[in-house]
Design a protein around this ligand. Structure first.
Ligand SMILES: CC(C)(COP(=O)(O)OP(=O)(O)OC[C@H]1O[C@@H](n2cnc3c(N)ncnc32)[C@H](O)[C@@H]1OP(=O)(O)O)[C@@H](O)C(=O)NCCC(=O)NCCS
Length: 190
């Protein structure tokens, strides 16, 4: 069972509906990714991808809502029906099932409204309810905005096992739990 649907009011009377992604969102998800700026796509996918391959698109929209959970923000505006303006997800790690790797992106013209923070909060809340102990994400060191957001939510950062081109943001979900350092594990392909 994925997270609950929820309406969220953002500044400037821009409202969104947060809800789990569905297979019918494939076209809107493709448009969302293709519409991101080059910088945002680079920060999100770490590669110069312009659009999602059909296989990737399926992987991102046809999910089980258990090991792979994804929340999208859909613009609640008659002029933009079904437009996806943000996507936040996690995938449980096969070798550490109480941890999951997360990723998030907000459309450029919907950034700095608090949406990233709200989505991370809802994703974390859901993950906690599912018994997860931590969300872990690969962040490029030059991604100041993401690092500020994560620190504001209580995450810590640590060196990435693969090298200095990335840092790992660790978002603890269970209070009082020591943060163990895990060995490198292959990134899930989402
Ligand atoms: C990182 C990202 C998800 C943030 O989403 P957002 O909706 O703009 O974030 P919010 O509006 O919730 O702001 C989050 C924090 O960033 C800070 N922030 C906003 N604009 C900023 C800026 N230009 N520089 C530095 N920090 C900034 C705010 O202070 C805010 O902190 P606060 O809530 O404690 O005040 C979004 O910028 C994005 O999608 N970037 C491209 C993809 C990406 O980097 N994904 C992360 C990969 S791990």
């Amino acid at each position: 069972m994925g997270p609950h649907a929820e309406r969220v009011a953002l500044p400037g009377r821009r409202n969104v509906l947060l809800r789990p992604i569905q297979p019918q969102d494939a076209e809107a998800e493709q448009a969302f990714v293709a519409g991101l700026s080059l910088a945002a796509r680079h920060f999100r996918f770490h590669v110069g991808l312009r659009q999602l391959s059909p296989a990737m698109l399926r992987q991102m929209t046809e999910i089980d809502h258990r090991d792979h959970v994804a929340l999208v923000a859909v613009a609640d505006a008659p002029a933009e029906p079904r437009r996806i303006v943000a996507d936040a997800r996690y995938v449980r790690l096969a070798d550490a099932p109480t941890e999951a790797e997360f990723a998030i992106a907000v459309a450029d013209d919907w950034q700095s409204l608090g949406l990233g923070r709200t989505l991370m909060d809802r994703l974390a809340r859901h993950a906690r309810g599912q018994g997860l102990h931590a969300l872990v994400g690969d962040v490029l060191p030059e991604n100041r905005r993401m690092l500020v957001l994560m620190r504001g939510l209580g995450a810590t950062t640590r060196p990435h096992p693969d090298g200095p081109q990335m840092v790992q943001a660790v978002f603890p979900l269970q209070s009082g739990m020591p943060q163990e350092i895990r060995p490198a594990s292959p990134s899930p392909s989402y």
